[in-house]
Design a protein around this ligand. Structure first.
Ligand SMILES: [Fe+2]
Length: 161
């Protein structure tokens, strides 16, 4: 599927496909949508392939922004319901963690990010929770991720909960 390797163009191609299939009735199991109604920000693994490719369904709370974090993997996040304020972060020339860009995503719109160090972001639902499909190149549930405090520069590493 990713002929020519993982780059912005190939991730955009896959993002468009993800956006298309996400609108097909039944693509997202309703049981999974219901299981995510508990917590404020939660996620469920829909499928993991032996090569690591992992599709998740996430719910992002409007009440507070997620911590700034990475996944040690490229990824594609496509909104299926609600609206999301997505912030992409990077270390500037002085090594300070700064917002590179901010984007409002509605149903069908998506963002992509490359492997580290290009995989740092934070998200928050707008008004209501935002539900999103997130496709990762690796099984990110088994890989520690880093949590960044942009104010203090502190970085904490932990396995996903
Ligand atoms: Fe994330």
């Amino acid at each position: 599927m990713l002929t020519g390797g993982v780059n912005e163009a190939s991730l955009n191609t896959v993002g468009r496909l993800l956006s298309e299939v996400s609108r097909e009735p039944g693509f997202i199991p309703q049981t999974e949508m219901r299981s995510l109604h508990g917590g404020d920000t939660t996620s469920a693994v829909l499928q993991t392939d032996p090569d690591g490719l992992t599709l998740m369904l996430g719910k992002f709370s409007p009440k507070e922004e997620t911590p700034v974090h990475n996944h040690s993997s490229w990824g594609i996040a496509c909104v299926v319901q609600g609206r999301d304020r997505y912030r992409h972060w990077h270390h500037d020339d002085e090594g300070q963690l700064k917002v590179l860009y901010e984007k409002e995503l509605g149903p069908g719109s998506f963002v992509t990010w490359l492997d580290p160090p290009h995989d740092i972001h934070s998200q928050q639902g707008i008004g209501d929770p935002a539900f999103e499909l997130v496709l990762f190149g690796k099984n990110t549930m088994t890989i520690p991720r880093s949590y960044y405090n942009p104010e203090t520069g502190e970085v904490r590493t932990a396995l996903p909960q």
